[in-house]
Design a protein around this ligand. Sequence first.
Ligand code: FAD
Length: 558
Amino acid sequence: MATYLIVGGVAGGAGVAARLRRRDEQAEIIIFERGEHISFANCGLPYYAGGVIEDRSSLFVMTPELFKRVLNVEARVNSEVVSVDRAQKKITVRNVKNDTTYVQAYDHLILSPGATPIRPPIPGIDHPSIMTLRSVGDIDRIKASIDRSETKRAVVIGGGFIGLEMAENLKHRGFDVSLVEALDQVMNVIDYDFAAQVQQHMRSKGVALHLKDPVKGFSEKDGAVLVELESGKVLETDLVILSIGVRPDTAFLKESGIVLSSTGAIVVDDYFTTSDPSIRALGDAICFTCPLTDHSITVPLAGPANKQARLLADALIDGNKRPYKGTIGTSIAKVFDLTVASTGLSEKTLVSSKLPYKSAVTHTSCHADYYPGSLPLSLKILFHPTTGKIWGAQAVGYEGVDKRIDVISAFIGMEGTVYDLAEFEHAYAPPFSSAKDPINMVGFIGMNALEGISNPISWKEVDRFIEQGAVILDPRSETETMAGGMLPGAINIPHTALRKRIAEVPRNRPIVITCAMGVRGYLAERILRGNGFTEVYNLTGGLRSYTTAKSELARLNQ
Ligand code: FAD
């Protein structure tokens, strides 16, 4: 009978224990969890703080008693593993309630200790009103602070998923919320043009954004916390949620000899085996090779941790038969009325990885425009400029964001190309989509780019073309250009009039076409190409992408 000891009893650890039991009825399986709870819904914590999830007990998916009764797995809570003796195959466990320790022997050790919120050494950071969010204990403290707050002021530091979810939930509780971010945008996993949409939506909901403005220090005044920013701004508040990222919770492994990366992540192979063959690891604490860049990455997400748990348990029982294919970081968040999701690589990662790419953007609708309730949906793909291999995708909208990103994630997993997106067959009726889904549309743009039918350029490239003397052609109607304005120096020839007025288009300079969303620009591009123009570019996503991003950039420089 094998003895499996598992460190960490939430997403990864509980998952391994459950699968192991289903595969091996005789094994001894013991989970050690430092906190008071196992298998709780950490992803639901912000919504409990906001009162959207009302019943605290619904956060607990499993209890130690239930684990024992249903799975015959022993879950020891308040039990922190403080060291690993690989030579003796033993761990030392500290009872956090009475500070006593004992030793437990293993045949196989499984590490799923997760990741801990980063608390940098900023002056004043230890103030009790500055809280991080990871555990049920954390959310109980945060919720108590929300409940007793009279002034209802909060500052959220960090514009990642958890920060944005907390900002929304604090707003939901009637708080004045300021969000502080050191970078020039929220949600660093998506690109600036899409983050700009999220930022505008957050401001429309009353969240004050302080971007590109890191925290310099915290101090206290009359019981309130003063958050001082690099810009010199000072925000007075009673509650600070610090959510600036996580790092692997692996300090207890430092002396173990298990190989860790420079960031403290546990290095594992395709079967989750660490540098010690008797020890495997999973979840937020591990690093592995990104299937798209070949770089070592950590991906602190619940989906991968849960799926890794099943694979890892199977590898323990069956041997190393089914390797882990890695994860491409598919993720999603609700930000007030918007949904924001991404999969695969962003432009930033492509640039830093020196991978060639092109982008295609559509601003369409979640379903047929003529069917009631149609809402805007923006979708962007990044793809290899010659093979069409999809690198990544991002979407922002009100409905149907999840299905578009999930589909593209599946294509990326199968090394799909823009041709696959163009041909993708979807379930269509007007309440659900359009006959040509936004996924097909970005696929068409990508395919046209690959085949030289069209040359889409991104909002970032337009200014460079203008500096180099390109002609800016705006193919919208006169009424539209008069109402919305054009780029400086642009000439307006509506695409419907372009054939007749083709002589007005200079032939000796590159031409960049800028319409509202990129569709009429494409039509105009085809007319020009059909009339012998060769150096023609169409702004993908149109002025909608350009002006959204540019107006956010302008705010930064105010
Ligand atoms: P965890 O689930 O964190 O479990 C690790 C456990 O190990 C912890 O309970 C810890 O106490 C315990 N532990 C650590 N060290 C020791 C030790 N030495 N001895 C004993 N026990 C130890 N992901 C998504 O994909 N979608 C979301 O919407 C989402 N929302 C989130 C919201 C919040 C507020 C948080 C905190 C996370 C969210 N995540 C989300 C991330 C997701 O929860 C994690 O990716 C996932 O839980 C990782 O699983 P894990 O097993 O690696 O770590």
